[in-house]
Write a protein that binds this ligand. Sequence first.
Ligand code: C2E
Ligand code: MG
Ligand code: MG
Ligand code: MG
Length: 285
Amino acid sequence: NAKASGGNGYRFFTPEMNEAAVARLSLEHSLREALEQGQFFLHYQPKIAMGDMKAVGVEALIRWQHPEIGMIPPGKFIPVAEETGLIVPLGEWVMRAALAQIQDWRRRGFAPIPVAVNVSVRQIATPMFGERVFALCQEYGVPPELLEIEITETAMMSNLAYIADTLNEIRGRGIRIAIDDFGTGYSSLSYLRRLPITTLKVDRSFVSEAPTNADTGAIAATIIAMGRQLGLKVVAEGIETEEQLEFLRLHHCDELQGYFFSRPLPPGDLETRFLQPDGVLEVAG
Ligand code: C2E
Ligand code: MG
Ligand code: MG
Ligand code: MG
């Protein structure tokens, strides 16, 4: 009840709500501080091609090492960053860090590998987002074909009108566009024809149960078949077992991601375990 004790009687927060609000406020404060003090970094999880089981792409995933609390997972702070708008500067930091990493790998003679960056719809909805991402590619000397953005299906569906033009701009510049967590959005499928999508990422919830639950298996198989028939690349998320891999092989999934192959890794570990030399010999001098 809002009309509680004292004064003119209006209390907007119960003690519990107040606690949550204070926690949120301090998290918001910590996020700002973290950006200023460089507490964020990126890990990279490989995407493995079904054909030769080689890494054909990587996904950049943000990590936050707080000086007192330790590691804070993105599931804890990305939602707060989105609510407060901090996702815009944070997202720009992620984009710059990923582009700098691609540039570094190119300089050091690794074979080019596409990098996928998760972006929030709130970021995409900022003015000139497409133009600015392309300008960043140029600033870092990165061919836009090496960049992919991942957008979660639920976020994309509830904001179609705002982001369709921007997605066309982005795709027109050569940047690839993936729908993340596909299958969880309960959405009409007609948008797949209208948006310039290149990649479907089948949500982990379908992958994990596909071999053991016939209904889930039917849905997973149908998503893969549909994606391929639409000419999209289909990537399965969250593979943890041999049985899941076998299911996905049987149903011709294109690429695979999950702990079965590798957890998200610091760049150095990714280099030694998954990156290939370019094959083109650098001329010294
Ligand atoms: P996502 O983009 O769907 O990323 C996949 C998540 O599943 C990652 O969690 C990854 O570590 C985890 N994962 C990968 N393989 C497996 C597996 O085999 N089993 C299990 N149980 N999990 C697996 P993470 O890094 O905690 O990220 C969670 C979510 O946070 C991401 O989901 C993404 O939506 C968001 N996120 C991460 N980095 C960023 C970022 O830079 N910007 C934005 N806007 N969101 C981000
Ligand atoms: Mg993702
Ligand atoms: Mg995902
Ligand atoms: Mg997912």
